[in-house]
Design a binder for this molecule. Structure first.
Ligand SMILES: *[C@@H]1O[C@H](CO)[C@@H](O)[C@H](O)[C@H]1NC(C)=O
Length: 643
C-alpha cells in the first residue's frame, strides 16, 4: 500500500531535532548495515532492570574495550519505561510511565536524565560522545495502559491531537485488544494501521525516537509467531523518511521460515530467526538447522532497509549473566563450557549473524573477552562470503565413541528422520550426488509410492518407499494456492496418512521446545512439502535441501557433526568443524569436495597452507584431506591459503 503522505515530515523533524543535519540520504550516503551489526545489549545481564548509571558505565567499557573491535551499538533492552517498584515484573500492568500522548517514556527514577520531558536525549548524547551508537527496545503497537487511559493521539504534522472526520481520535480507537502480544498479554497490543489515527500514533513514536537521537530500534513481538506485517511495513516507511538513520531490528523469530522472512527482509536490517537464545547447549544446537536453511535461501546480507539485512541468531549469553524474565541484575556465570562457547561464537561468525554481546561488560573476564574479540572470527563475520553449511564431511569415532553416539541417537536426532529400523532420512544440498535416487514406483495401487534406488542394508529388505498423500487443501483453496501447490507432495512413511515427513524441526527453537525433525501431524506447511525433480532428487519446499537415505550405520558415524565454509576477502578459505555429539570425533573434509561448493576454485591440497585457529597450529593437508579430532560440543576452525 502506498497511500501514506510524508512530504512534510522530514522538514518537521529538521525543526524539532538539532541532531538532524542537512545530509539527507543520497547516493553518496553509506548503506545501512553494510556489515552484520555488532554491539552490546543489556538483556542477558540485566533483564529489564538496568539503570542509567549502570547503562552508561557499561557503555564506557564497550567504548574502551570493544569498540576497537567493531562493537558500536549499545542497546537498552525492554521495559525501560517500567517503574522498578514492588509488584512490577515483566508482564505486570499499570507500572509504566507514559506521556500525555500515550507514548512510553523512560522511568525517571531509573533514568534521571529523562526528567523534564527529555526522554533519552541526554543518554544518547553521552553515548554518541563515546563514539558509540544508541539503541532501544520497543514493543508492538500500543500499551494496554495507554488504551485503558484512552490517551489522545499526537498528530506530528499539526503538533496537536489527531483529528479526522470531524473528531479527535484516541488510544481506544486504534488498539486491537484481540491482538495482544502473546508473550506479554498485559503489556501491549497491535494498533490498526488501516486507520489514519493508528498510523499517526506509530509515526509519533518513531519520530520521537529519532528526536531523542536513537540510532537502532529492536522492535519486539511483531515477527515470527507474533507476525504483524502491517506494523513492520509502516514502521519501515516511517524510518525510511527520517533524516536521522535508524537501524531496524526485529525480535524474536520463533517459528520463522525463510518464506516468512522474505516478506520482511527488505523492510528491516536484521531479524531474529529463532526464539530467545540462552546459555544452554540445547539452545546452541537449535541454531544449526535454521541457520543452514537461511543461508541456503540466500538471506545472509540480502537487500534490507536502505541497505542490507541479516538473519540474527540472537545475543551471545557469555560471561556474567542474569536469568530470563528476572527482576534481578547480573549474578551468575554462563552455563556454557569453553568448547560450547567457541562453537556458538564460531557458528554466529560463519553465518554472519549480528554479534550482540549479552554479558555484563563490567565483569568481563579475559577468556570471554578474547573469544568475542577473536580477530579471525570478526574478520569472517564482517568480510567473508559464500557462507554456507558444508555437507561433505566424514566422521570417525573409536568404539567407546560409537556406543556413546548410539545411546545419544536413540534419544534425539538433529538432522535425520528415522523411517525404519535400518534407514534414516537425511538432508543434504541438492547438488550432492548422494541426493539422487528417488523415483515414482509404477503401480496400479493407491497410494502412489516414491522409492529410494537401492535396498540399503540387508539384501532381503523391501525397498524404502514413501507414500504420496492427497492434497491437504480443500478444493476451493487449491486454486488460490495453485502456484505454490503445483508439483508439491506431502509424503508419509507408512500408508497411515496422518503423519507427514517434515524436513526440519520448524518448531519453537528453544531448549525446552526443541523437537526432533520427524513425522509430524500432516498440515499445510512448506516444511512438509516435497517436489520430485527430473534428476531424481527430492527437494523440500521450506529449506531447498534434498532428501537422502542413509543406513543407521552411516548415520552413527556422521551423527551430530556439522561443518560450515566461507571464503575470505583475500581469497583464503574458512572451514569450521562442529562436533555437536557427546563423543570426541575425528572430522575430515576433502579438498576436492570444497571445490564442489566454492565458486570455480582450482584447489590442490599440496599447495595449501592450513592453520587451525583454536590450537594455533599449522595443520598438514595429507591425502588432499583436512582432518582433526574435535572435542565433545567443540569446534575446529581452519584458515586455508592455497596458491
Ligand atoms: C537436480 O535438479 C535440481 C533441479 O533442477 C538441481 O537444482 C540440482 O542441482 C540437481 N542435482 C544434481 C545432483 O544434479
Amino acid at each position: 500500500m502506498k497511500v501514506f503522505v510524508f512530504i512534510s515530515i522530514p522538514f518537521l523533524i529538521l525543526l524539532l531535532n538539532p541532531r538532524v543535519s542537512s545530509e539527507a540520504l543520497s547516493d553518496g550516503e553509506p548503506e545501512h548495515a553494510s556489515f552484520p551489526p555488532r554491539g552490546w545489549n543489556s538483556y542477558d545481564s540485566f533483564c529489564w532492570t538496568i539503570s542509567e548509571k549502570e547503562f552508561l558505565q557499561s557503555a564506557e567499557i564497550v567504548s574502551n574495550r570493544l569498540r576497537p573491535h567493531g562493537y558500536e551499538y549499545v542497546v537498552v533492552d525492554y521495559l525501560w519505561y517500567r517503574r522498578k517498584v514492588k509488584g512490577a515484573y515483566t508482564d505486570s500492568l499499570g507500572f509504566d510511565v507514559i506521556d500525555e500522548w500515550g507514548r512510553m517514556i523512560p522511568d525517571p527514577d531509573r533514568w534521571p536524565s529523562s526528567k523534564g520531558g527529555k526522554g533519552f536525549t541526554e543518554v544518547a548524547k553521552k553515548v554518541h560522545s563515546m563514539g558509540l551508537k544508541f539503541g532501544i527496545h520497543v514493543m508492538r503497537g500500543i500499551s494496554t495502559q495507554a488504551v485503558n487511559a484512552n490517551t489522545p493521539i499526537l498528530d506530528t504534522i499539526s503538533g496537536g491531537a489527531y483529528e479526522e472526520s470531524g473528531r479527535k481520535w484516541s488510544a481506544k480507537d486504534i488498539g486491537i485488544k484481540e491482538r495482544a502480544c502473546a508473550w506479554m498479554q498485559h503489556g501491549f497490543m497491535s494498533v490498526d494501521t488501516k486507520l489514519g489515527a493508528g498510523r499517526a500514533f506509530l509515526r509519533s513514536l518513531y519520530e520521537q525516537y529519532a528526536e531523542w537521537g536513537v540510532d537502532f530500534v529492536k522492535h519486539d513481538c511483531v515477527f515470527g509467531d507474533d507476525l504483524d506485517i502491517n506494523e513492520i511495513s509502516f514502521v519501515s516507511e516511517v524510518l525510511k523518511q527520517l533524516d536521522h538513520p535508524i537501524l531496524y531490528s526485529l525480535s524474536p523469530g520463533t517459528s520463522v521460515t525463510p518464506a516468512m522472512a522474505k516478506d520482511v527482509s527488505g523492510l528491516v536490517n536484521m531479524y531474529r530467526i529463532t526464539g530467545d537464545d540462552w546459555d544452554s547447549w540445547g539452545d546452541v544446537i537449535a541454531h544449526f538447522d535454521v541457520t543452514r536453511d537461511f543461508s541456503t535461501a540466500s538471506m545472509i546480507g540480502a537487500m534490507g532497509l536502505l541497505g542490507k539485512s541479516w538473519p540474527d541468531l540472537d545475543m551471545l549469553p557469555l560471561g556474567w549473566l542474569t536469568d530470563p524474565g528476572s527482576n534481578e541484575g547480573p549474578h551468575r556465570r554462563s552455563n556454557l563450557n569453553p568448547d560450547e562457547q567457541r562453537t556458538q561464537m564460531t557458528l554466529w561468525s560463519m553465518a554472519k549473524s549480528p554479534l550482540m554481546f549479552g554479558g555484563d561488560v563490567r565483569k568481563l573476564d579475559e577468556t570471554t573477552y578474547n573469544l568475542i574479540t577473536n580477530p579471525t572470527l570478526l574478520e569472517i563475520n564482517s568480510f567473508s562470503s559464500n557462507n554456507m553449511e558444508f555437507p561433505y564431511i566424514t566422521s570417525m569415532r573409536d568404539s567407546k565413541g560409537r556406543d556413546d553416539i548410539l545411546a545419544w541417537l536413540s534419544t534425539r536426532s538433529l538432522t535425520s528422520v528415522e523411517i525404519s529400523d535400518t534407514h534414516v532420512l537425511g538432508l543434504t544440498g541438492c547438488m550432492n550426488s548422494k541426493a539422487i535416487g528417488w523415483s515414482i514406483q509404477a503401480s496400479d495401487q493407491d497410494p502412489e509410492k516414491i522409492c529410494w534406488k537401492e535396498k540399503l542394508g540387508s539384501k532381503h529388505q523391501a525397498p524404502l518407499c514413501l507414500y504420496k498423500r492427497g492434497s491437504l487443501l480443500p478444493l476451493d483453496e487449491r486454486m488460490t494456492y495453485k502456484q505454490q501447490y503445483e508439483g508439491k507432495l506431502h509424503l508419509t512413511a507408512t500408508d497411515r496418512m496422518d503423519s507427514c515427513l517434515s524436513a526440519s524441526s520448524n518448531q519453537k527453537l528453544t531448549s525446552k521446545e526443541f523437537k526432533r525433525g520427524a513425522l509430524l501431524p500432516c498440515r499445510w506447511d512448506t516444511n512438509q512439502m516435497w517436489e520430485l525433480n527430473f534428476n531424481g532428487t527430492l527437494v523440500n519446499s521450506y529449506s531447498g535441501l534434498c532428501a537422502t537415505v542413509n543406513d543407521v550405520e552411516a548415520q552413527v558415524s556422521s551423527g551430530g557433526t556439522r561443518s560450515w565454509i566461507a571464503t575470505g576477502r583475500r581469497g583464503e578459505i574458512y572451514i569450521a568443524f562442529f562436533n555437536l555429539s557427546p563423543a570426541k570425533t575425528v572430522i575430515s573434509a576433502k579438498i576436492s569436495d570444497l571445490v564442489k561448493v566454492l565458486p570455480s576454485k582450482n584447489l590442490k591440497g599440496n599447495s595449501c597452507k592450513c592453520k587451525e585457529v583454536w590450537s594455533g597450529k599449522e595443520i598438514a593437508v595429507t591425502d588432499q584431506t583436512i582432518s582433526m579430532a574435535v572435542e565433545i560440543h567443540g569446534s575446529a576452525l581452519f584458515v586455508l591459503n592455497c596458491d
